[in-house]
Design a protein around this ligand. Sequence first.
Ligand code: NDP
Length: 289
Amino acid sequence: MSATVLDGKSLAQEIRAEIADQVAEFTRKGGAVPCLAAVLVGEDPGSQVYVRNKEKACKKAGMRSLLHLLPTETTTGELLDLVARLNADRSVHGILVQLPLPRQIDETRVLDAVDPLKDVDAFHPENVGRIVQGRPRYLPCTPHGIRELLLRNRIPVAGQNVTVIGRSDIVGKPMAIMLMQRSEGANATVTVCHSRTKDLPAVTRQADILVVAIGKPKFVTAGMVKPGAVVIDVGINRTNQGLVGDVDFESVKEVAGQITPVPGGVGPLTIAMLLHNTLAAARLQAGGA
Ligand code: NDP
C-alpha cells in the first residue's frame, strides 16, 4: 500500500496565515512591525532564491524585510561591521545571515556576533545552549518545521524510535536534541546516524520515524525503511531531474506509512518557522514573552 503524503506546502500556508493574523494583532496593539534583515554575501544562485522567498514571505505576513547584498570578496571584518549595525538598529528584530558564506569569511565569528535576541535562525551558542537545556528562546527553522508537521498531523512521537540521519548544526543535531526533550511533541528515543555509522540500513530499519538530512539524492531506499514508518525528507538536491530529496520517494512510498515529498514537504515549513521566529523576536524586544 502506498504511503500517505504529508503536505508541507499547505500546512506552511496555514501557519503563515496564522502568523499574519498574529502580526496584525501585535501591531494593532502598538507593537512595532516585525522586521527581518537578511544578509547575503556573494552570488550563489540557490541562496539568492532562498533569500528572495524569505523576503516575499515576510511581506505577505505583514512584516518588514531588509536585504543586504554584499559582494563575494567581502571580508570577515566588513560583515562583522554590518552585523554590529543591525544589532544596534532598534527597528530590526531578526537577523539572518544566509549560509554558506564565501570561504574567506570566518562563519563562526559572524554567527557568534549576532545579538542572541535577534538570532532568528537559533545558531548562536547561547540559543543552542538553551535548546539543549530544554528552555528554548527560538527553535531552528527546519527542525521546528518538522516538529510542527509531526504535531499538526497528530503523529505520535513520545516513546517512538526516531532515527535522524545527519548531524549538522543546522538540521540533524538540533532535531535530535529537540525530539529527545521532555516536552510536547518530543519524548522520543533518538538515534543519530552519520557517515561513520556501521550498517546504516540495520539502524534505520528500527525507526518508527526516520528524519533524513544528508544532502545525497535518493540515498534512502525502500530496504532501509521499516514498513509503516514515517519518513521525513529534509534533502534538497539540484539534479538533472530537477529538485530531489535524500529519499528515493518512489520506492520508499511503497513501504512507509507517511512520507514528505520534495519539493513541497519540509522546505516551505522552514520559511514559515522563520516568520514565527521573527514575530517572536519582535515580541521579546518589545518586552513581551
Ligand atoms: P551537511 O552537509 O552539513 O551534513 C550532512 C550530514 O549527513 C553529515 O552529518 C554527514 O555525516 C551525513 N552524511 C553524509 N553522507 C552520509 C552517508 N553516506 N551516510 C550517513 N550519513 C551521511 O548537510 P545539512 O544538514 O546542512 O543539509 C542536509 C540536506 O538538507 C541538504 O540536502 C540540504 O540542502 C538540505 N536542507 C534543507 C533545508 C530545508 O529547508 N528543507 C534546510 C537545510 C538543509 P558526517 O557528519 O559524518 O560528515
